[in-house]
Design a protein around this ligand. Structure first.
Ligand SMILES: [Ca+2]
Length: 112
């Protein structure tokens, strides 16, 4: 059966610099940060994809993730490699917020 999920909210990076986002998807994963597409992972292209994005700390960037499955198994992951690091890790929960009112104090919005 076809299915999917869409997650939207904000991402607040722990430090300023260039982040590599890495992923695997069966069947399709798309990620946007601050309204710009970061990458698209397709199962038909071995499922893996990555993209780079430069982010500033203490800034809330609009984050959108879209997952689609076209049948049989469906799964995906999204990791990142923070600036200055070499290992991919999960994006920590402290960096992900679902809504504006949930954002911690002292955080500015991207582009403002
Ligand atoms: Ca599938």
């Amino acid at each position: 059966m076809d299915g999917g999920a869409r997650y939207s909210g904000f991402i607040i990076p722990p430090q300023t610099g260039r982040y590599k986002l890495t992923s695997y998807a069966d069947d399709l994963l798309r990620v946007w940060i601050d309204g710009k597409p970061v990458f698209e992972s397709k199962y038909q292209d071995k499922g893996q994809a990555s993209g780079f994005v430069v982010l500033e700390k203490e800034t809330a960037y609009p984050f959108l993730l879209e997952f689609r499955d076209g049948g049989a198994w469906g799964t995906y992951y999204l990791h990142w490699v923070p600036p200055g690091e070499t290992e991919e890790t999960y994006i920590p929960l402290e960096s992900l917020y679902p809504t504006k009112p949930s954002l911690p104090k002292g955080i500015k919005f991207a582009g403002k």
